[in-house]
Ligand binder design. Structure first.
Ligand SMILES: C[S@@+](CC[C@H](N)C(=O)[O-])C[C@H]1O[C@@H](n2cnc3c(N)ncnc32)[C@H](O)[C@@H]1O
Length: 227
């Protein structure tokens, strides 16, 4: 294995990844998450793209799977072998109930570099819907590089982020708070291309969550191919 993002992520360890409160927020939120975000047309369309663009039985990682709905369930129902991971134990439990055809692990995205779920090239596809936005900006390029390395050549990544020029910014979230990061769309395209992906499709949705405790947002969906 040449110098890959596995090695590069180690450099970031010196910055001490701060996960304080991030999993706990989602443990508290539980299945209220799906009630607050009931309309997931963009995410379902992006999941359809990923499911349809890969051969039946492909191995797909759902990184930051949340409740397993809609994505892990959708990909598994489409006949793929889905492996979901999430930092929050409550989310992993909900996901196991909601998508019994998939396997789930309580795992930090950063810990994927340990080879726990397979080494470089061990996934055909990856979904990362609104999970990388939970990382500080300094980490996001490393995380994208890691996902790149976990994909086989020509493997596909369906990525969504909220369009926002923020870094590790605390927002109120369903009675608790979380830290989020984002980019404006041109910057996001640059970050994914720098990580070794080609943009093969893109969509944007204006989204008003069902809860007044979560502000309206623009959701960006990128369809990416490992170069
Ligand atoms: C906004 S939710 C999105 C959930 C799901 N992907 C969806 O779209 O419905 C973000 C999820 O990422 C998880 N998460 C946050 N930081 C993570 C990390 N470092 N590693 C793995 N999961 C993480 C949270 O626990 C939460 O379930």
């Amino acid at each position: 294995m040449s110098a890959t993002s596995y090695d590069e992520y180690e450099g970031l360890n010196r910055l001490a990844l701060d996960r304080a409160g991030q999993a706990e927020a989602f443990d508290v939120v539980g299945d209220r998450y799906d009630e607050a975000f009931p309309h997931k047309e963009g995410q379902v369309a992006s999941g359809d793209w990923l499911a349809g663009a890969l051969p039946d039985g492909s191995r797909i990682l759902d990184a930051g799977c949340g409740t397993g709905l809609p994505t892990a369930r959708q990909l598994s129902d489409a006949g793929h072998r889905v492996v979901g991971i999430d930092l929050s134990p409550s989310m992993v439990k909900l996901a196991r109930d909601n998508a019994p055809g998939a396997e789930f692990h309580r795992l930090d995205i950063a810990d994927l570099r340990g080879g726990r779920l397979g080494g470089p090239g061990s996934f055909d596809g990856i979904a990362a819907f609104f999970s990388l936005l939970m990382l500080p900006r300094a980490e996001i390029p490393y995380a994208l590089g890691l996902l790149h390395d976990l994909l086989r050549p020509e493997g596909l990544l369906a990525l969504s982020m909220v369009e926002a020029d923020v870094d590790d910014f605390t927002i109120p979230f369903l009675g608790t708070s979380v830290r989020v990061s984002g980019y404006l769309r041109d910057d996001l395209r640059r970050v994914v291309c720098d990580a070794g992906f080609e943009v093969v499709g893109e969509d944007a949705y204006a989204y008003a969550p069902a809860s007044t405790d979560v502000p309206p947002e623009i959701q960006l969906f990128l369809h990416l191919r490992r170069v």
